[in-house]
Design a binder for this molecule. Sequence first.
Ligand SMILES: NC(=O)c1ccc[n+]([C@@H]2O[C@H](COP(=O)([O-])OP(=O)(O)OC[C@H]3O[C@@H](n4cnc5c(N)ncnc54)[C@H](OP(=O)(O)O)[C@@H]3O)[C@@H](O)[C@H]2O)c1
Length: 342
Amino acid sequence: MATHLAAFVTGKGQPLEVQEKQTPKPGPDELLLDVKAIALNPIDWKMRDLGFFITKYPVVVGSDISGVVLEAGSNVSSTFKPGTRVAAFAPTVFVQGAPDYGAFQQRPIIPAQNATPIPDYLSFNEAAILPMAVATTWSGWETIGVSRNTSYSPSDKQGLLVWGAASSVGSVVVQSAKLLGFTVYATASSKHHAYIKSLGASKVFDYKDPGVEDAIIKAAKEDGLTFQYGYDAAGAIPSCHTILKALKGSGPAHLASAPRLSPDGPTTDDVETKFVAASPDDKVRHEQFSFWFNTWLKERLEKREIVPSPKIQVLEGGLHGINKGLEILKAGVSGIKLVLEL
Ligand SMILES: NC(=O)c1ccc[n+]([C@@H]2O[C@H](COP(=O)([O-])OP(=O)(O)OC[C@H]3O[C@@H](n4cnc5c(N)ncnc54)[C@H](OP(=O)(O)O)[C@@H]3O)[C@@H](O)[C@H]2O)c1
């Protein structure tokens, strides 16, 4: 029986321990990957330290990976034949950390709908930072009712507010909103403004400026924009509500909140707030991931319409470096995504 190395969490709040693990066989709709790079996300330390989503131990957590297909199940299309380079969303949060499916190991199982082939021009490190941000962006659009077919042009004057655009999620939300044709207003620290504009934001405002809400409202009115949608990637619901209330058209505006809300956020007659989540229904969620990864991301990467964002910081140690990386992430990062190479 083949084995590989995996970083296990053996109990709530315990550091990851690297151990040998049996290498599983992929099911008919699954892939077995040889992981080359892992990117870290806040949910990783929340699963390790707080036991989020976990019902029994040991578990293997982690969501963001890139690597090479080693084996593909019998139903999987030739897009993912062995040898294909892919980026993938490891479904640990949907399987309560079941060890075969977490990202923090050399050979995880990945449902084929959670993977996208990566073009030659992208490195494994670059590809690894996309899956969580893409899934969270699209979960947000589908949660608040932004249609997949949205295709505005600037003359439609449809604005979209992204709060926290220097974050991993926010930076992909900016790119996606721009591709859907929205005029994007974003917030970030001033040192990131040029970068966020390069991703497609029309205007970027410093969220540390005490007058930021008024400045956004004033600029949007001067630009003649309506804001029916907003995406909060940083936990600033009151500010987003103030802005959307002032700039919405007819009917309530819709705000997606990536930071945890229980179960949804404050909803008023003016702004409906929803926690960003993929569908809890397996069948619906599989279709969502298939569109996000097998279609949307694949095509956007082929056309070079989306770039991995934000900047990458590579950490040392491979699987052994993840605990330290999660401490760095927990302390807070600014405009970077942490990556480990395997
Ligand atoms: N619901 C879901 O499915 C889901 C999935 C993924 C993530 N999340 C959550 O979404 C949030 C973002 O995750 P992430 O991985 O993208 O985070 P991240 O990259 O670690 O976020 C760091 C960035 O947040 C920005 N930031 C912090 N406070 C801010 C504020 N008050 N206003 C504006 N920007 C602020 C900082 O911007 P500056 O550098 O400009 O200061 C920093 O660059 C987290 O709460 C995470 O837990 C939810």
